[in-house]
Design a protein around this ligand. Sequence first.
Ligand SMILES: CC(C)(COP(=O)(O)OP(=O)(O)OC[C@H]1O[C@@H](n2cnc3c(N)ncnc32)[C@H](O)[C@@H]1OP(=O)(O)O)[C@@H](O)C(=O)NCCC(=O)NCCS
Length: 197
Amino acid sequence: MEYIKFLMEKAKCYSISTIFRLELESLFFGLMSLIPTLVGVFLRGITSKLFFKQIDGFPWIQPRVTIIHSDRIVAGTRLGVNSETYINGVGGIEFGNNVLIGSNVTISSGEHPIEGIEPSIFSRVVIPKKIVINDDVWIGAGAVIMPGITLAKGSVIGANAVVTKNTEEYSVNVGVPAKKIRSRRDMSKRNSNPTAI
Ligand SMILES: CC(C)(COP(=O)(O)OP(=O)(O)OC[C@H]1O[C@@H](n2cnc3c(N)ncnc32)[C@H](O)[C@@H]1OP(=O)(O)O)[C@@H](O)C(=O)NCCC(=O)NCCS
């Protein structure tokens, strides 16, 4: 009984149509996320086309990626997302073109207000904070992009970084909190002729 009350309290934040949509989205993305091979990639591409607010081209989404509130997500061409990544579009997310996201990345565009001690954080409404990820960004494995952040064109985010401030164009950023260590413009080309696997 307590559990039903708890579920009802949680559902109170949403209209019936939003709950229906979220359930449908969860069903489709959840089932498709289990399918390996190129067939899975293709089906997740179709699902994104159906549920995203807008998406140009077909994304490349690996298995076991969680995507919610996709009706508030806009993406350009060539979005690549690796396994176990969590993307929550509650406050809006914009992906540019040629965006590559590693595994276990968290991109969540909502925040729980923490001021004061009452009511409990669980009972408070989420504050939407839009995230913008511009063209040609690469986010390394395990990184967290905080709500409200803009990653400028060409930014690189190192593995396990926590990005708390907007980045500069073509910057390389690492650490917790993420700090710029260099500009890609100043780097000479390494591994410019990698061996094909
Ligand atoms: C950010 C990154 C691209 C930088 O590569 P790079 O320019 O070759 O950097 P370097 O290896 O020369 O390292 C430069 C400095 O940053 C540090 N550094 C590099 N990556 C770091 C990271 N993720 N977190 C913390 N520090 C890092 C290095 O220790 C080095 O520090 P030092 O100068 O004190 O020795 C790379 O380190 C990285 O994190 N890539 C992501 C890999 C990944 O997640 N792959 C799978 C997803 S597709």
